[in-house]
Design a protein around this ligand. Sequence first.
Ligand SMILES: Cc1ncc(C[n+]2csc(CCOP(=O)(O)OP(=O)(O)O)c2C)c(N)n1
Length: 631
Amino acid sequence: MHEPELPHIHEPRELRRLSYAALNRLAVEIRETIVATVSKNGGHLASNLGVVELTIALHRVFDSPQDKIVWDVGHQCYTHKLLTGRYDVFPTLRQSGGLAGFPKYAESPHDAFDTGHASTSISAALGLLAGERIKGGTGRVVVVIGDGALTGGLAYEALSHAGQLGLPLIVILNDNKMSISPNVGGLSKYLSRLSMKARYQSFRRKFDAMAQRLPFIGDVFFDLVVRLKRAVKAVFYTDNFFVDLGFEYVGPIEGHQIQGLERVLQDVRKLDRPVVVHVITRKGKGYCFAEQDPGTYHGVSSFSVSTGLGGATPQGNTSFTEVFSKALLDAGSRDERVTAITAAMEKGTGLSPFKAAFPQRFFDVGIAEEHAVTFAAGLAAQGLRPVVAIYSTFIQRAVDQIIHDTALQHLPVIFALDRAGFVSDDGETHQGLFDICLFRPIPNLTILAPASAGELALMLDWSLAGPAGRVSGGAIIIRYPKAPCPLELPACSAPLEQGRGVFVRQQDTSCCLAFTGSLYPQVLDAAERLAAQGIDADLYNLRFLKPLDEDYLGAIMNRYKMMIFIEEGSRAGGIGEYAAELALRRHCTAQVLILGVPDAFVSQGKREELLHLNGLDGEGIAAGVLGFRCS
Ligand SMILES: Cc1ncc(C[n+]2csc(CCOP(=O)(O)OP(=O)(O)O)c2C)c(N)n1
């Protein structure tokens, strides 16, 4: 029985004192620690299990933090965190105030660059390396990028630039054939062809050995052998894309053998040119359930280690995503023009049922949000009804494609923005708090925010019905949170009227709470708390965050003494600011209070915690109203 190694590794250099046998035991310990922690806290499981040996080898060969390792997406950084002095705090992973699930420079100098969104690593690393050389330093910079993240366009812009600069950037391509779902696109096929090179080399070794065993090889036979080898080689090899861009290419190499990995890394460390090291790993390695189904175990909530099963979802807690998924499926059956597009998030956005029913009208474009939007615009220009299902945080990538390729041309693309608002556990990079302020100023765009299941389905149908009878056509954003979806809200089943909301409670009081749909349960709670304090409030579900029927809203703001605008998004540039400006412009009588997210990035926590911290739960809203009333 051996003493555990992991608790004694405080700095990566301590790995160098371990034998390969001890390192292999360490890899087992690391996997056990990751599985145990993620089973409690949730997190990215399969991706982390796949890079344990690679991370150990990297930290033995390179001197972090003088040498810098940049993790693409950063969701696979758990081993790196465990080996860089964060073992003791690892149980706090993804908890409020705890260790982040992604690299954070503020957390450790070993986290060379913050990530969370895909495909940024090569650009960032090239900048770090160019900066290091300008300062006269000799530190190395290494990128670890997955084959999924390599489907993002930014990665190619960076590869092209890196080839041009010729600096000794080391790009480790972690190829496990998976994005979250199986990887898609021409590049993934291309990488598979490169992987066949390994099989070709094994074929060649066997072939040479066999030929040598044959006695008296004559010239004719030798020529035949050479020609046969060339023909086989032509099947396996084509020109190497990375080499054409100016990189050295090494690989593909087995990604679970520390010694072999180390040997290659020692070699490429000495190169004075950019190099791609193509490493083959198994996503989910070492935990049977994750190996068998790496897609499901890519990102998980808490689960039982022995059965691999998560806790049952409480009955009746249908999510907004599930409601959207069903509504889109229904729409797809009614209308053959309906098409669905995802950027590598098929399951997360609820598109799997649509894909199964209408495979010809479903497109997974890879981690390529900009392309997803412009591609959808092309479909719309052909008279189809594309629905791009995408997380609020990832649409940030495609602001220009929404302006230039969609809104400007009045094209009827629908954006189903999931995870709009606070997002549990993933931290700053994954909050969906900027979509309202990013897209509100853009002409020809409609932004809708449903409060209930019926209303989400209604909004999708209204959006798909096309611009007939509407003031503006063009693109439509429907934003909804990662949260349970209230099912019965009679007021919200009233037909949509452009620019207008609906009252879900109206008693002609002097105070009105106007809210974005996702906050309906919190607003209801606030109203009850206020009633207990003797303040009755009417509740106005805004429905439209753009365009607003200014006459209609202006009239409402003349009816009340207090109008409180409550939004699950950035206050700056949000709906409240717009309403306040409208109230000023129209000399409305109501005093306006805005409750939204202050001008700061929001760090990790559960959605409920984050609502509380930002004064947007029932308690916070009620306190805001009371404070405003007394001021
Ligand atoms: C811009 C952006 N879009 C989508 C995602 C969601 N996402 C996180 S990891 C991932 C798959 C990454 O695949 P790969 O790079 O191959 O890494 P693996 O998990 O397979 O190790 C996706 C789509 C993201 N983080 N950033």
